[in-house]
Design a protein around this ligand. Structure first.
Ligand code: PLP
Length: 370
């Protein structure tokens, strides 16, 4: 028996992916070993590693100016790695949409760079993506989080950076829709794998190659951050770019699982088909939330996430009862994040339309009988 898994991350993986990993657990491609048991410098591992990179390049239609990196340290490491590598003596600009950007801003402050918060939805408890985000053309980088996992908000389109590199934390909507990297001036795009792309322990990073060189260039601006010229080897994107993410031992099993997830996405029809399904699933949930006053969604409708639906019932007691009864019906992960409270249904790529249909039926029944 498998549960219906609405966890925010780590979260459920497609059944076909788990079964394939199970089939290959003792013998990868009939070779008598698991891929995690062999050297990352051997030909079997390298073929898989490069295959996964090629699939990502294909899904996002990346030009030669971009490199795909497999890093570790999770999203939290990116909060620090971004300023350490991309800050250039000018100003770094951030749009604040809640906890995940606040943590990135905190690390920018710790590192002593010159930064600005150009937009924020804090005054309304991060219930929307701020409108009219005004990034400057000469910013060293412009930082956003494309989907806020806690508040359930998501950018429908990306702000205009007027040519400055856009940095996107896509941890909770990675591989969930097509993205035009060039047209959006994306300089760096990253996400932890543990929601849409596999197990925890792997961070997928896509970087415009020229930006990886900044770490050793003469700063163009006059503001001297204390770490200039002192980025440790493994924290430099340049190191892993030049080594094809094999400068040290990568998280080989997590990359193998990502590779299987990429095959599964392809089988579904690629990112455009995945996106259509995601739209349909989210619509089903927002429809019942909007039906009457029993359920209240957190995000304003123009900013609603297709990945995380944060909502509540009329009371905290009923929220707790909802979670308890849902668990009894094998639906897990519906408790809201501790910061926002209430309820949250995370409906990542692997959550099926049938799973969402079952949740909607449960919500109707709960509203009728509670
Ligand atoms: C949008 C977003 N960014 C960053 C993080 C932090 O990721 P990690 O736990 O891999 O450090 C999370 C975690 O859930 C997240 O949802």
């Amino acid at each position: 028996m498998r549960v219906k898994n609405f966890s925010a991350g780590p979260s459920g993986l497609p059944l076909g992916v788990l079964k394939k990993a199970q089939d290959e657990f003792l013998s990868y491609h009939q070779k008598g070993f698991n891929i995690m048991e062999v050297s990352h410098r051997g030909k079997d591992y390298e073929a898989m590693h490069n295959g996964a990179i090629a699939k990502i390049r294909d899904f996002y239609n990346l030009g030669d100016e971009y490199a795909v990196l497999f890093l570790q340290g999770g999203g939290h490491m990116q909060f620090a790695q971004v300023p350490m590598n991309l800050y250039f003596g000018g100003v770094a600009q951030y749009a604040n949409t809640g906890v995940w950007t606040q943590k990135a801003i905190k690390d920018a402050k710790i590192l002593g760079i010159n930064y600005e918060i150009v937009a924020s939805s804090e005054s309304t408890n991060f219930d929307e993506i701020p409108k009219n985000i005004d990034f400057s053309a000469d910013a060293d980088y412009c930082y956003i989080c494309s989907n806020n996992t806690i508040y359930g908000t998501q950018y429908k389109s990306f702000p205009n950076t007027k040519g400055a590199p856009l940095v996107i934390d896509s941890s909770s909507d990675l591989l969930s829709r097509e993205i035009d990297f060039k047209a959006n001036n994306i300089g760096l795009f990253w996400g932890g794998a543990q929601k849409n792309a596999g197990p925890a322990g792997l961070t997928l990073v896509i970087i415009r190659k020229d930006l990886a060189q900044r770490v050793q260039a003469e700063p163009k601006g006059s503001f001297k951050a204390p770490f200039f010229g002192h980025v440790p080897t493994i924290l430099s994107y340049k190191t892993q770019l030049e080594a094809n993410s094999l400068a040290n031992t990568p998280p080989t099993f997590a990359i193998y699982m990502l590779d299987l997830v990429l095959d599964w996405i392809k089988e579904q029809g690629g990112l455009s088909a995945i996106y259509k399904q995601n739209e349909q699933k989210a619509k089903m949930l927002y429809e019942i939330i909007d039906e009457d006053d029993f359920y209240t969604g957190h995000a304003k409708s123009h900013s609603r996430s297709l990945m995380n639906v944060s909502f509540k019932t009329p009371s905290a007691e009923l929220d707790a009862r909802f979670v308890e009864l849902a668990n009894a019906q094998n639906m897990i992960g519906l408790k809201g994040h501790r910061i926002l409270g209430g309820l949250r249904a995370s409906i990542y790529n692997a959550v099926s339309i049938d799973d969402v249909r079952a949740l909607v039926e449960f919500m109707k029944e709960f509203r009728r009988t509670c």
